[in-house]
Design a protein around this ligand. Structure first.
Ligand code: AMP
Ligand code: MG
Length: 315
């Protein structure tokens, strides 16, 4: 199916991907059409092993070799100079390509069977929540894909860390399951400030990283984040007669039986693993608003806070 130019949804260890042959421009354009994704938003290329990186990237710096050795297969995406033969649709016409080896047996089996690099962004409509279960994929993409490989709930729950190795020092484009400290232990200092200005879809320059767009990863139900406990905000929404969902921590009590409360683990990995599944669940519950008690500041919560703030920025 991938070899024939089709669209195949597959599980990875992060979220489900919407895949197509990365060397087939028409197939890659099909990804953008299915997602409603702006053409200036490049997609990640998945490969089966390190040797196949050379099919899509023009160079393989020592830092890439060290990181790949430590973290691949795994949720780390490396941005490298692109190969000329790669269709422009993959890179949004830019000079770089983002590549990783996923750590999921189904994804790896697909990559080996297709024997091709597979371009695959998350299998959701543009700006919406990423899918961590097959039913989430169908919410947005039913009728728009050729095959869906159902691998159950994905383990990681949020998207890969994206690190730009064409910048000096390397630049964190998207925080993810692999933390900055783990990267810095291998490649030294990483630039981590959030790039705040991002090109609008009609501007000619592609954004440095579309994951940095403020509106992203968002449920359809309006979502707001609160620092601190959040109970006061929930109470005031209830007083206005709103139907409220509340994402909070496993150790917080819920004094409001009428609220649809979901308690997540207090460790970052456990929280990330369940976050999108909980947001999808609340999103289909017919609520007026979802309130999220933010986790603490600090590097270990960077990726989770990033996703939550983007989900809220959409409103
Ligand atoms: P998605 O898989 O839908 O989360 O989107 C792919 C992500 O990959 C985007 O958010 C970008 O951050 C990143 N990306 C893909 N290609 C590039 C590239 N050439 N340069 C920088 N970031 C990229
Ligand atoms: Mg995405």
């Amino acid at each position: 199916m991938v070899r024939a130019g089709g669209l195949v949804v597959f599980p990875t260890e992060t979220v489900y991907g919407l895949g197509a042959n990365a060397l087939d421009a028409a197939a890659v354009k099909g990804i953008f059409t299915a997602k409603g994704r702006p053409a200036n938003n490049p997609v990640i290329v998945h490969v089966a092993d390190v040797d196949r990186v050379r099919e899509v990237a023009a160079s393989w710096p020592d830092s890439a070799a060290l990181l790949a050795d430590r973290f691949w297969p795994g949720p780390l995406t490396l941005v490298l100079p692109r190969c000329e033969r790669l269709p422009d649709a993959v890179t949004a016409g830019g000079p770089t390509v983002a590549v990783r080896i996923p750590a999921h047996p189904v994804a790896l089996a697909l990559l080996h069977a297709a024997s091709l690099p597979i371009a695959a962004p998350s299998a959701n409509r543009s700006t919406e929540l990423s899918p961590t279960r097959a039913e989430h994929v169908l919410r947005g993409l039913d009728g728009r894909i050729d095959v869906l490989l159902d691998g159950g709930q994905t383990a990681g729950g949020i998207e890969s860390t994206v690190l730009d190795l064409t910048a000096q020092p390397p630049r964190l484009l998207r925080p993810g399951l692999i933390g900055v400290a783990a990267l810095e232990a291998i490649v030294g200092p990483v630039m981590r400030e959030r790039a705040l200005t991002v090109a609008a879809p009609n501007e000619s320059q592609p954004p440095r990283s579309p994951g940095l767009m403020p509106r992203h990863y968002a449920p359809r139900t309006p979502l707001e984040c609160v620092e601190g406990n959040g109970a006061a905000r929930v109470a005031s929404l209830l007083a206005e007669g709103r139907r409220v969902g509340w994402v909070t921590f496993s150790d917080s009590p819920n004094p409001y039986p009428e609220v649809m409360a979901r308690r997540l683990p207090s460790d970052p990995a456990g929280y990330a693993a369940r976050l999108y599944a909980v947001l999808h669940e609340l999103d289909v519950a017919g609520l007026d608003r979802i309130v999220v008690t933010l986790p603490p500041h600090g590097d270990e919560w960077l990726a989770v806070r990033d996703r939550l703030q983007r989900a809220a920025d959409a409103n």
